[in-house]
Write a protein that binds this ligand. Structure first.
Ligand code: HEM
Length: 446
């Protein structure tokens, strides 16, 4: 038997691996080329290996069986990790990623109501209008920097959908968010001149701005039909008396957990398909077959089956999130190795998405692997995990597919685009996948 828990495991050996120097551990190697580092470690030590990073003991989990063990044992042996010392200070005590058990499930249920199923129909026209306005802007330039433009687009989109805020990328909000991110992994001292100090100052300004919107909506008793509106309605129906700060925290939660991932997915989509013109041709054919008189709805987008296959292939080859962090809550074992309580865990998503036993010729871009005959992602449970899996699976998955589908199909309707020649199109996978260098693209009317 592979897995066991409790006292038995304390007599077992720790997984193989190199802990490196006492405090720095393997930091330098990891930062130099994290992707190579993870692959090397997998080849050398196998599915579980120990290491030390930023003064903490870690176990890396790689490959199908090892990651399935982590994802299916949430709340039993594993919980969220508190490795980012400043996380709670910046994002608040209520962040979904640092809740566990019932509290975590309840939060998921409430947030899911705002970004899943029927509520998504409310957002379609906003996504479409904003996409079209960005395309018009891009067509006015010879070349645009792909990632930074898409990143502005996703910021504008998410804030419009969450709280009805227009053009956030041109406002102070953009700077507040940058400060908050740079305060995450830094010395935990909050002075006006430290990164954490600046992060907390920006956090307060951002929260104050969101709270004002929440107070106004409550006072006018007009909740609105955006994410905040749905959340306020749901919480009123459930008799949940949350403070404006708590609601603002939930908004920041959704904003911080999905936006960079969307930027990543959209830019990787354009980069990977730029090398596969046959795929773009098939996407256009699928579009032409759709009934243009039919109103835009979730159901209509569900008919774009080939587009969905291409998105899946992009997320398989360039998963926006490189992996997930956890902490061990109880001694357990995996394949004869001890997994000690208190250690941190990192599961590396690409090690499953690149597994040749699941995905034939995994290095090749081939959306047909997801058609109904091949269905490589359905070979076994938890073998397609760009959105994680188990109790902490991404709740923004359906929303993300919808945004990508609307953006790409509107782009196909309105524009032709061409990448400047001889550019390095490498995508860095850590911590969130994005182009390694600026990439220039020329958009013209179709
Ligand atoms: C292509 C886009 C996206 C990808 C690839 C992605 C991926 C992921 C992954 C891998 C996790 C789990 C991490 C772990 O196991 O620790 C996660 C969690 C989460 N994602 Fe996403 N995400 C995307 C978009 C979004 C969007 C747009 C939203 C919200 C609007 C969102 C909201 C969340 C939330 C709230 C969680 C935490 C779930 C929990 O802890 O219960 N994501 N996402």
């Amino acid at each position: 038997m592979n897995f066991q828990s409790s006292n038995l495991s304390s007599s077992l050996a720790l997984p193989p691996g190199n802990l490196g120097l006492p405090w720095i551990g393997q930091k330098q190697k990891v930062f130099k080329n994290p992707q190579n580092f993870m692959e090397e470690v997998y080849q050398k030590y196998g599915p579980v290996s120990k290491t030390r990073f930023l003064g903490k003991n870690f176990i890396y989990f790689q490959g199908y069986e090892a990651i399935k063990f982590v994802l299916t044992n949430e709340n039993k042996y594993f919980t969220y990790s508190q490795i980012w010392r400043n996380y709670q200070k910046i994002f608040g005590q209520n962040d979904i990623t640092i809740l566990a058990g019932k509290e975590h499930r309840d939060r998921q249920k409430v947030l899911a109501k705002t970004i899943k199923s029927k509520s998504l129909n409310n957002y379609i026209n906003i996504i479409l209008d904003l996409s079209n306005s960005y395309f018009l802007k891009w067509m006015n330039f010879d070349y645009v920097d792909l990632y930074s433009e898409i990143d502005n687009y996703t910021l504008d989109l998410v804030l419009k959908l969450l709280l009805g805020i227009d053009y956030a990328s041109q406002s102070e909000i953009n700077n507040y968010l940058k400060d908050m991110r740079s305060g995450l992994n830094t010395i935990p001292l909050a002075f006006p001149w430290t990164k954490l100090g600046r992060a907390l100052k920006s956090k307060n300004k951002l929260f104050n701005q969101f709270e004002e919107i929440i107070f106004r909506r409550k006072k006018e008793n007009h909740f609105g039909s955006d994410v905040l509106g749905i959340l306020l309605t749901v919480q009123e129906k459930m008799n949940q008396e949350l403070t404006a700060r708590e609601i603002a925290e939930q908004m920041v939660n959704l904003l911080s957990l999905g936006r960079k991932e969307l930027s990543s997915a959209l830019s990787s989509f354009l980069i990977l398909t730029s090398e596969h013109l046959d795929v773009l041709k098939l996407l256009k054919i699928e579009k032409e077959k759709l009934d243009i008189s039919e109103t835009l709805s979730l159901d209509k987008f569900k008919k774009m089956v080939y587009l969905e296959q291409v998105i899946k292939e992009v997320l398989r080859l360039a998963p926006p999130v490189s992996g997930g962090l956890r902490q061990v809550t109880e001694d357990c074992s995996f394949q004869g190795f001890r997994i000690p309580k208190g250690w941190h865990v990192y599961y590396y998503i690409s090690s499953v998405l690149q597994d040749p036993e699941i995905y034939k010729k995994p290095e090749i871009f081939n959306p047909e692997r997801f058609n109904s005959t091949n269905a490589e992602d359905k070979k076994k449970p938890l073998c397609y995990i760009p959105f994680g899996g188990g109790a902490r699976e991404c709740i923004g998955k359906e929303f993300a597919y919808l945004v990508i589908k609307i953006f790409i199909s509107a782009l196909l309707d309105n524009c032709s685009w061409k990448f400047k020649e001889n550019q390095d199109l490498t995508i860095n996978k850590f911590p969130v996948a994005r182009p390694a260098h600026p990439i220039e693209v020329c958009f013209t009317p179709k």
